[in-house]
Design a protein around this ligand. Structure first.
Ligand code: DLL
Length: 444
């Protein structure tokens, strides 16, 4: 059988042209950009200069893309330790925007952009949106937070580049979000998947069914979410849910995005070079193997970042995508090594629990994981909120669902967990990234 090579679609948005670049041309471009970027970082950022010197290398040692593994990794602590501007490679007069991510402790992480950086960022987000099928005819509500977080303003730049109508709603005031969606005929929404669940639920309470609104697309990201959650969102609203990935340290949203095939996320690798490493040894793994995603900016002026260890667990997909894009894809990121917790010797990720919950019918994925310690023994309780319909169910019916979910979790994790059904509206709703785990172990 002759395999037909997928080709770029005839009606492609011109912004997507680079997504279909012949691979040989892409690798040549990546190498020349990498060489230039390493030189810029070496000449302008003392930390990168000393790190290369420690390894006895100079930018001239980067002769092929494989030479990237000679370069040192950068980690979150490097950004924190050089707060606020130690990693800037441009003078302040050339920096036109700053963002920051708060993290959980201590000083925030500051990221900087020149005018050219903002241009590239908006192109990356524009390409992500085009891959998800956004067009200039879309009316878009951006419900990611605007401000220091890169989500709102970052995504905004991409929608403007596509030429869509933008409603910069930011997060919060959920009833008003629903009103705007209805009154402006919003066709596309961009927010975290957990916030969209809250929007769906609020709409229901207002007597509005998403199926009756013109909304057709969602651009969801900024937190790990599962395929099961995507299916749940799509079936309960009738929209298509696309996955957008990114992180402040590299640029913000727009590092990658799912396409019409909805089978992994294309990385805009002419801007952001991806590698997968074994997190324990740092060794680079071949495509197809799961490990930690490491990203290198290829075009950033204000804050070039070399081999950033993202802590996000994924793999680079092998084989070509049916959409015809040549740029590589990563698998959906449903885990972050930082999110892992250990219960009775078992490594647990919140999304494994999400998958189990969603495998049991008629349960809304509004959940929280509570960890406690009793006489030195760790316990895990999964609190799941039942919807109004189920709340009216008999006690026996609710108990039955608890057992089913508990068994589904046990099948995945091999540990018994206590599942508790909670009253409607008892679990705090997220307006941004959901807080899935409440760890009370140091307190109890
Ligand atoms: O969350 C940037 C962003 C905004 C991405 C809006 C997408 C949409 P940070 O706050 O720096 O930046 O958080 C980055 O969030 O390392 C992942 O762990 C997680 N993350 C982001 N997108 C996804 C996604 C923004 N689609 C961290 N799937 C990353 C899973 C994601 N995790």
């Amino acid at each position: 059988m002759i395999m037909m090579k997928p080709e770029p679609p005839k009606t492609m948005n011109p912004i997507s042209a680079m997504d279909y670049i012949p691979l040989e041309q892409l690798r040549t471009l990546q190498l020349s950009r990498l060489q230039k970027m390493v030189r810029r970082a070496y000449d302008n950022v003392p930390l990168f200069h000393s790190r290369l010197e420690e390894r006895n290398i100079t930018p001239d040692d980067i002769q092929s893309l494989d030479d990237i593994c000679k370069l040192p990794f950068t980690v979150k602590a490097d950004l924190r330790d050089t707060y606020p501007s130690g990693l800037f490679a441009s003078p302040m007069k050339d920096i036109v925007r700053l963002h920051a991510s708060s993290g959980t402790t201590g000083k925030p992480i500051v990221v900087a952009y020149t005018k050219a950086d903002l241009e590239i960022w908006s192109i990356a987000v524009g390409r992500a949106l085009a891959a998800a099928g956004v067009t200039k005819n879309d009316i878009t509500q951006i419900s990611y937070g605007y401000g220091l977080f890169t989500g709102g303003l970052g995504i905004h730049g991409g929608f403007e580049r596509i030429g869509a109508t933008v409603i910069p709603a930011s997060g919060g005031n959920t009833e008003r979000q629903v009103m705007l969606m209805k009154d402006f005929g919003v066709t596309c929404i961009a927010c975290t998947p957990s916030y969209f669940l809250h929007i769906i639920e609020t709409a229901q309470k207002m007597g509005i069914d998403m199926h009756d609104l013109p909304i057709r697309l969602g651009i969801f990201g900024a937190e790990p979410w599962t395929e099961a959650m995507r299916n749940q969102i799509e079936s309960s609203t009738g929209i298509k849910a696309y996955d957008i990935y990114g992180l402040s340290e590299i640029v913000g949203p727009g590092v990658g995005c799912s396409c019409s095939a909805q089978n992994g996320l294309h990385i805009f690798e002419d801007f952001f070079y991806p590698e997968i490493i074994n997190p324990a040894t740092g060794e680079v793994l071949p495509d197809g193997e799961e490990g930690e995603l490491v990203l290198t900016t290829l075009c950033k002026e204000a804050m070039p970042i070399i081999r950033y260890r993202t802590r996000d667990i994924t793999s680079i997909k092998t084989g070509s995508c049916s959409c015809g894009r040549t740029i590589r894809r990563i698998s959906k990121i449903s885990r972050r090594s930082d999110d892992m917790f250990i219960i009775r010797g078992v490594n647990v990720f919140p999304t494994q629990i999400e998958t189990a919950i969603l495998s049991v019918e008629s349960v809304l994925p509004i959940y929280q994981i509570v960890l406690t310690r009793d006489h030195g023994m760790d316990n895990i309780e999964v609190d799941i909120e039942i919807n109004d319909a189920l709340f009216k169910d008999t006690l026996g019916g609710i108990e039955d669902i608890c057992h089913k979910i508990s068994h589904a979790i046990e099948r995945i994790l091999n540990i018994r967990v206590f599942v508790k059904m909670c009253a409607p509206n008892s679990i705090p709703r997220s307006e941004g990234k959901a807080k899935r785990v409440i760890d009370k172990r140091n307190l109890s």
